[in-house]
Ligand binder design. Structure first.
Ligand SMILES: NC(=O)C1=CN([C@@H]2O[C@H](COP(=O)(O)OP(=O)(O)OC[C@H]3O[C@@H](n4cnc5c(N)ncnc54)[C@H](OP(=O)(O)O)[C@@H]3O)[C@@H](O)[C@H]2O)C=CC1
Ligand SMILES: CC(=O)N[C@@H](CCC(=O)OP(=O)(O)O)C(=O)O
Length: 374
C-alpha cells in the first residue's frame, strides 16, 4: 500500500458525510478520491459545504450510479447513507468491486451467488444496517426485511474501545449509533467489573438536532426546535436493542435498559444521564476507578475527578467522550454522565478512528482537534 490511502465517502452531502470530509481533509495519510450524493449530485463541495472551502482540492459530488467501480480504486469506503439504503448499496458495491467478502460468502453457501469475486476495500458503515447481530431483532425494530442478512453476520461492531482487536481485521464495520456509543462507553466497564445491577439501568439521553440528519423535516425547523425540549421515541426507540445487545455481551446474560431520548435546541452534542443501582457497597469512586482501568490508554475517553460532571461544551467538535460519576443521595445508587459530540465520537470521528485501527495508522491520526468553546 502507498503512503496515502484512497478514500470514498458515500453520502457526502449529509451531516456525517460533511464531518467526514472535514476530518479526513486533515488526515495525514488520506486522499479523498470519491464523494457521492443523491439530490446534491453534480454539486461542488464548496457549494454544499461553504465552511470547507479551505479543505484543499476535492472531487465534485457525483451520483452513486455514476461511480466507476472498481476503476475508482478505493482502499476505504465510508458509507454515510440513510439506514435501509446502506445495506442495498453495500451489497451492490461488493459485486461491483469484486470484494473478497463475497468470495467468502459464496464458499460458505455455494449456489446463492453465482460468480466469484476479489477485492479488498475496507467498508465502514455509519448506518444502523449492520449493527444488530440478530436479523430478526433488526427486522422487528426497523420494520422491514434485511436485504443482506449474510453480510450482517460478517460485520464487526465498530466501538474501538471495546472491539479494537476485531476491528483491526475487519472488512465491514458497523459503526455504533450515537446514543449507544455514549451509553456503552459509560456502562460496559461498570458491568464487566460487576459494580452495577443490570436490571435497573435508566438512561435519560439528550441530542442536538444534527442527530436527525440534514433532510428537511418539519419537527426540525428552528421555530419548532428552539425554546423547546422534546422527548421522542419513548418506549420504542431503535437504539434500545443495540444498547441491550452490547450490555448483554458484557454481562454474559440478557440485559434490558430503560432509555428515553430528548431533542434539545443545540446543533451538536449528546449528553446521557444514567441512573444505576450499585452492587457490593460500591461508590461512585469505584465506578471512576473501573473506567480508569478500562480506558487507561484510550486516547478518546477521559474520566472526571471527584464529583465533576461532563457537559456538551467540553466535547463539541472533538472525538472525546467524557465520563463522570456522582453518588446519589439515595443510598446504593449513583448517577453516571457521559458527553460526546454526536457527529464526531457519535459517528464520523469514530468512523475515522475505526479506519485508523483497520489500516494500522496512529489511532489519533486526523482526530486531534480540541473541542470548540464556547
Ligand atoms: N447525524 C448523526 O448524528 C448520526 C447519523 N448516523 C447515521 O449515519 C447515516 C448518515 O446520517 P446523516 O449524515 O445524519 O444523514 P443525512 O440525511 O444528513 O445525509 C444522508 C446522505 O445520504 C444521501 N442519500 C440519501 N438517500 C440516498 C439514496 N437513496 N441513495 C444514495 N444516497 C442517498 C444524501 O444525499 P443528498 O443530500 O444529495 O440527498 C446525503 O448525502 C445514517 O444512517 C444515520 O442514521 C449515525 C450516528 C449519528
Ligand atoms: C436527534 C435524532 O433524531 N437522533 C437520531 C439518532 C442518530 C443516530 O445515531 O442514528 P442511527 O441509529 O439512525 O444511525 C435518532 O434518534 O434517530
Amino acid at each position: 500500500m502507498s503512503d496515502t490511502v484512497r478514500v470514498g465517502i458515500l453520502g457526502a452531502s449529509g451531516y456525517t458525510g460533511g464531518d467526514l470530509i472535514r476530518l479526513l481533509a486533515g488526515h495525514p495519510k488520506v486522499e479523498i478520491a470519491l464523494l457521492t450524493a443523491e439530490r446534491h449530485a453534480g454539486a461542488s463541495v464548496d457549494s454544499v459545504w461553504p465552511h470547507l472551502r479551505g479543505a484543499g482540492e476535492l472531487p465534485a459530488l457525483i451520483a452513486l450510479e455514476d461511480v466507476e467501480w472498481p476503476a475508482v480504486e478505493l482502499d476505504v469506503i465510508f458509507c454515510a447513507l440513510p439506514h435501509a439504503t446502506s445495506q442495498d448499496v453495500i451489497k451492490g458495491l461488493l459485486h461491483a468491486t469484486g470484494h473478497s467478502l463475497l468470495e467468502e460468502m459464496i464458499a460458505e453457501s455455494p449456489g446463492d451467488l453465482a460468480e466469484s469475486f476479489r477485492g479488498e476495500a475496507r467498508i465502514i458503515d455509519l448506518s444502523a444496517d449492520f449493527r444488530l447481530r440478530d436479523v430478526e431483532t433488526y427486522e422487528r425494530w426497523y420494520g422491514q426485511a434485511h436485504q443482506a442478512p449474510d453480510l450482517q453476520a460478517k460485520a464487526v461492531y465498530g466501538l474501538p474501545e471495546l472491539y479494537g482487536a476485531d476491528i483491526r481485521d475487519a472488512r465491514l464495520v458497523a459503526c455504533p449509533g450515537c446514543y449507544p456509543t455514549a451509553a456503552l462507553l459509560a456502562l460496559v466497564p461498570l458491568i464487566r467489573a460487576g459494580l452495577v445491577e443490570t436490571d435497573d439501568i435508566i438512561i435519560d439521553a439528550k441530542s442536538g438536532v444534527t442527530g436527525a440528519g440534514r433532510g428537511l423535516k418539519q419537527q426540525m425547523l428552528f421555530s419548532e426546535v428552539s425554546e423547546a425540549l422534546h422527548p421522542y421515541g419513548v418506549g420504542h426507540h431503535r437504539h434500545m436493542p443495540e444498547i441491550d445487545q452490547e450490555l448483554s455481551v458484557a454481562a454474559g446474560k440478557p440485559v434490558t435498559v430503560s432509555f428515553t431520548p430528548h431533542l434539545v435546541p443545540i446543533n451538536r452534542g449528546e449528553l446521557e444521564t444514567i441512573y444505576v443501582r450499585l452492587r457490593r457497597d460500591a461508590r461512585a469512586a469505584d465506578l471512576r476507578m473501573a473506567w480508569e482501568n478500562a480506558y487507561g490508554d484510550a486516547p478518546f475517553v477521559s474520566v472526571l475527578d471527584d464529583d465533576a460532571v461532563p457537559a456538551t461544551r467540553m466535547v463539541r467538535g472533538s472525538n472525546q467522550c467524557i465520563l463522570g460519576a456522582v453518588d446519589d443521595r439515595i443510598d446504593g445508587r449513583a448517577i453516571v454522565i457521559a458527553a460526546i459530540d454526536n457527529l464526531v465520537k457519535g459517528s464520523s470521528g469514530q468512523a475515522v478512528q475505526v479506519m485508523n485501527l483497520m489500516l494500522g495508522f496512529e489511532e489519533t491520526d486526523g482526530l486531534t482537534q480540541l473541542p470548540l468553546f464556547p
